[in-house]
Write a protein that binds this ligand. Sequence first.
Ligand code: NAX
Length: 330
Amino acid sequence: MNKPIRVAVTGAAGQIGYSLLFPIAAGEMLGPDQPVILQLLELPAAMDALAGVAMELEDCAFPLLHGIEVSDDPMVAFKGADVLMLVGARPRTAGQDRADLIKANGPIFTGTGEAIDAVAADNAKIVVVGNPCNTNALIASSRAKRIPLANYTAMTRLDQSRAAGQIANKAGATPGDVKNVFVWGNHSDSMVPDVSLATIGGVGKGRAVTDVVGADWLAGDFDKTVRTRGKAIITARGKSSAASAAHAAISHIHDWFLGTGDNDFVSMAVPSDGSYGIPKGIIYSFPVRITAPWKYEIVQGLKVSDATKARMMASAEELLSEREAVQDLL
Ligand code: NAX
């Protein structure tokens, strides 16, 4: 048996947490031979609810679940954590604008970043889910002295999956047939879904998505649906997406550790290294290739049209203005 991997989850009693913890404990995230210890963080007011979640986890008797620890103190919950999934934050409510969300959630990530750097495992891997996830990841990473900056990521996998799902529907294919779709930029309306390398029916042997579904639909309904799906779900459900977000978070960590299967790359928001002219100092979604367990590199050399480049830069500009708005927290 492998040594257990310690997975810390914040906001563990929230709606994403409730959809996230059980598949992790079942082995869906880190593989069927990999034991896990869950280290769950909540606000003091939600500790009763979290105790209930922990009871349910016990009641599943997952063979891979080698321990459950609960705490309202990040210095306890993050101790020795190998993987940190930062979900705990307020979800955006109907009508709330992004600037208000940034003000409400940004301060959570200063303390979180400090605690990670103080007590998590030396090479801990971090994914931020709580919105605005790119800028929250930037805030947490600004506290990193010991943990490498590249280990701070934010989740745009849900956006990629939404894009693949839309294409599969339109083409009459199954989502698994849709390969190499990815997303540039911020997890916001300014994101840029990119299908220029996407295929239906398998990498190398499939047909280009652009030949199958038509340029008008891609530039119109597809693009808008992917970029505004989060809002559509809030409108329909009265709550933000939860099960799909949890699944995306699991896929993000799964692929970072175990690889992307027959996709050549995957979307992850990572600290920009200046690739494609995106300024350093922001956390930006790129197509990344997983080169070894827990190692990614930004895919280089892709041809980007002038129109896509303009949108990529606009999304970068939005992230720069978000950074400006939280300058006092960095
Ligand atoms: P919930 O309100 O159901 O749960 C959030 C939980 O976090 C609550 O139990 C709360 O007590 C806890 N919490 C708040 N502050 C905390 C802190 N400082 N430390 C520890 N726990 C804390 O929200 P949920 O629907 O689970 O959404 C969580 C976050 O994910 C929101 O910010 C939401 O906007 C974001 N999302 C991100 C997505 C993405 O693609 N990146 C998509 C889904 C979702 O919108």
